[in-house]
Design a protein around this ligand. Structure first.
Ligand SMILES: Cc1ncc(COP(=O)(O)O)c(C=O)c1O
Length: 490
């Protein structure tokens, strides 16, 4: 097993060594290390970036004597995160979820899935053809957001699905709530099943003792990790980690990762994972200590702005929340009399501040591992000014959105609905039909409809209502939702 804190970057070093040789490049990519690049591309990426944009199958980088620098980098990542094996992903955590779904497809036909999973898991169900049995996360009606899954809910769902071959959960949530993954793993393992965790938002958790435990340490068997989100690899670069148990076959995962991956991964993306691993493994604790202090300070200042609150550790103990990840700065805006939508627009257009997420009641800013304290100060100043400006220009009064109705019956698998005979019908005519596409109203982003489910009048009314409240709906192929894609039943 490699040293978990090794202070070198074998893949980056090999890439730089290759570039320094200034070989005649008669392979892809056609920009030839920048020699044949448009000036706009040079301006965009820089010559250093172009020179190092080396494809795979390069001698001394990812082929040649084993372990190659590429293999060494993955071994170091596995050691750093405590995995038995790690795969680098260059199509985001989405690729990890697609590969995971295909791997589960090797094991059987049914699985239990937390309902508010990311769309990449639903796409994974289209790919693997499995029949999902959905289990609802805990809902917070006051804040209008969803938290994690309780062990009791998972146990009940697994008991009701005797043919399930795995359980798939999400933790942390977009807002920072961490589920009791150890207890969820215990529930799955006691039935002889693997627990899969989409930990896209938690790549940093492993590296600081004051953060909630990470999914691998909690016993999860396969973990998707979106390294680029908080740990700081290049956008798109993520990892898939295999746990220590033997419930999942690494050879199967390996072939599934390849199935959903380009044959031309860019050295820049892979190299960024190697560098991010070093940063997390060697300096993560020190960097996170600084970031946590900066966040604590930022939170205190935000609490002094009239009308703003913070979602924090005091939420721990509520159903579905066993820990809180502070690197999401989730701000409760209800006391301002305005909405998260209006506040986020004001922050962006008047103060140049971009947020990760905003909903009716909560806005979320992300902190990266090692982010300097000054960025928090900038956010506080912009929040203070925006809240004051919104007070002076109140919006129309808003009625609270009712909770979403129960989802419709699953009549066919997502794959059957997605690939089978289908047609496009006006939105209002879709009642009673089977959806061939998913729809998720944000907030809280729990899919209201998934491919294969019967569309009910209540669900369609809810979606309309949610848009009228300033929310938005993801998933429909008609972005304006004038029409819906439904199956043709024979
Ligand atoms: C829970 C969760 N899983 C997976 C993903 C997909 O991550 P990526 O954008 O790295 O593909 C996201 C993206 O936001 C997410 O929130």
């Amino acid at each position: 097993m490699a040293d978990s804190k090794q202070d070198n970057t074998p893949y980056v070093d090999a890439l730089l060594e290759y570039s320094a040789r200034e070989t005649g490049r008669f392979q892809v990519p056609g920009h030839k290390g920048g020699l044949a690049a448009d000036p706009a591309m040079v301006e965009l990426v820089g010559m250093t970036g172009l020179i190092n944009d080396v494809p795979s199958v390069t001698e001394g980088v990812d082929i040649g004597p084993e372990p190659t620098p590429f293999q060494q980098a993955q071994l170091l990542a596995a050691a750093a995160w405590g995995a038995s094996r790690t795969w680098f992903l260059i199509n985001g955590a989405s690729q990890g979820n697609h590969a995971t779904s295909m791997a589960l497809g090797h094991m059987g036909n049914e699985m239990v899935v937390q309902r508010n999973v990311h769309s990449s898991i639903i796409d994974g169900l289209v790919l693997n053809g499995m029949r999902p049995s959905f289990v609802s996360p805990e809902l917070d009606p006051e804040l209008g957001i969803a938290h994690g899954l309780t062990p009791e809910s998972l146990a009940a769902a697994l008991d009701a699905t005797p043919n399930a071959v795995a359980a798939l959960v999400v933790s942390p949530t977009y807002f920072g709530a961490c589920a009791d993954v150890a207890a969820l793993a215990e529930v799955a393992h006691s039935r002889g099943l693997p627990l899969i965790c989409d930990e896209a938002w938690g790549a940093h958790l492993h590296f600081h003792p004051d953060l909630p435990p990470d999914a691998l340490a909690s016993g999860a068997d396969l973990v998707t990790s979106s390294t680029h989100k908080i740990v700081g690899s290049l956008t798109q670069a993520a990892m898939l980690h295999l746990g220590k148990g033997d419930r999942i076959d690494p050879a199967i995962v390996d072939r599934c990762v390849s199935l959903v991956e380009t044959t031309s991964p860019s050295g820049l993306l892979t190299g960024s994972l190697d560098a991010a691993r070093r940063m997390a493994a060697v300096h993560g604790e020190e960097l996170l200590t600084k970031t946590l202090a900066a966040i604590a300070n930022t939170r205190e200042q935000i609490l002094q702005i009239p009308g703003l609150g913070i979602l924090d550790e005091s939420m721990v103990g509520r159903a579905g929340i066993a820990g809180w990840d502070p690197l999401r700065l989730s701000v409760d805006v209800r006391g301002t009399g305005s909405t998260g939508y209006r506040l986020a627009k004001k922050l962006f257009y008047s103060h140049g501040i971009d947020l990760e997420l905003y909903s009716e009641n909560v806005v979320v800013g992300i902190f990266g591992m090692g982010e300097p304290a000054e960025t928090g100060e900038r956010l506080v100043a912009a929040l203070r000014a925006s809240v004051g400006e919104l007070e002076a220009e109140p919006g129309p009064p808003q009625e609270k959105l009712a909770p979403p109705p129960p989802w419709g019956e699953l009549v066919m698998t997502p794959r059957e609905a997605y690939l089978g005979p289908q047609e496009v019908v006006p939105f209002d005519d879709a009642v009673g039909r089977i959806a061939a596409e998913g729809l998720a109203a944000y907030p809280p982003g729990i899919p209201n409809v998934l491919p294969g489910e019967r569309l009910t009048a209540e669900t369609l009314a809810y979606i309309r209502e949610s848009i009228a409240h300033g929310g938005y709906v993801r998933g429909g192929s008609d972005r304006e939702l004038k029409t819906l894609r439904v199956t043709v039943e024979r």
